[in-house]
Design a binder for this molecule. Sequence first.
Ligand SMILES: [Zn+2]
Length: 304
Amino acid sequence: MEVSRYAPSTTGSAHPGTLLAGLLCWLDARSRGARLLLRLEDLDPQRSRPELARAMRDDLLWLGLDFDEVSFQSDASAAHREAMEALAARGLVYPCRCSRAELRAQGERAADGGFRYPNRCRARDLAEATPSDALRVRVPAGTIRVQDESGADLSQDVESAFGDPIVRRRDGGVSYHLASVVDDARAGVTRVVRGRDLATTTATQVALRTLLEAGPDPVYRHHLLLLERRGDKLAKLHGSVSLAELRDRYDAPSLCGVLAHAAGLADTVDPVTPPELLADFSWSRVREADRVLDWDGRSLLDLD
Ligand SMILES: [Zn+2]
């Protein structure tokens, strides 16, 4: 049986983009009869709070999305640590103290617009690690081959596109990439459906999965994002409207109608429920291009 997961980070409240991503993941899973997991990614010690995780789950349920299982990523800490120790035992992990400022000063851009890590500390021995060092894992040289289900080629030379990924952060927490790969493998996830802002890091996750010998890769499907104008730039639709405001203004089918229209699944913004959208759901009907929305204080409006 296929297994899919929706794995929002709980460092903030849900926003329209979170709900759209949840809706597309739900439609994909339910249209295939896949088992669907909700994994609340609550590993950020500064910003993740239990009430945010609960609110995220409630907002998704409010929209009409149901899940076969709900889990908190922090509950799998022991498995994350074991995975890191397994990589360390094979001599693949090394300590790194390079700061973000140093990487910025180096000026080499990574594939996601951040700054590349030039693998500077590779020769350092894990035995000299201090608790405040980050730990990185040596990725294999050469191109990691990954194909998105849509046909997009996500293949990448991770070593040069990003550099070695962090597996333990300087605050001691396990990194997002390692936790995500370990959790997917443990849950037997076969489909990963998510926003295309994560597409450039797919090869890093595939490389980690290979190093962990964590079984076959899932199928990846990346989809459009909801954007907003911020000054003269476009950014993910986050800041301008809270879900509390939206829930004041819209009932669930009305907001679902706006999201379905934004994604290309409906010709109008008429109210609709997720099960009603299921009848003729197909990825060929989902709009490819990102959608720019504007919150005018009362409604979400399409700007394109
Ligand atoms: Zn370093």
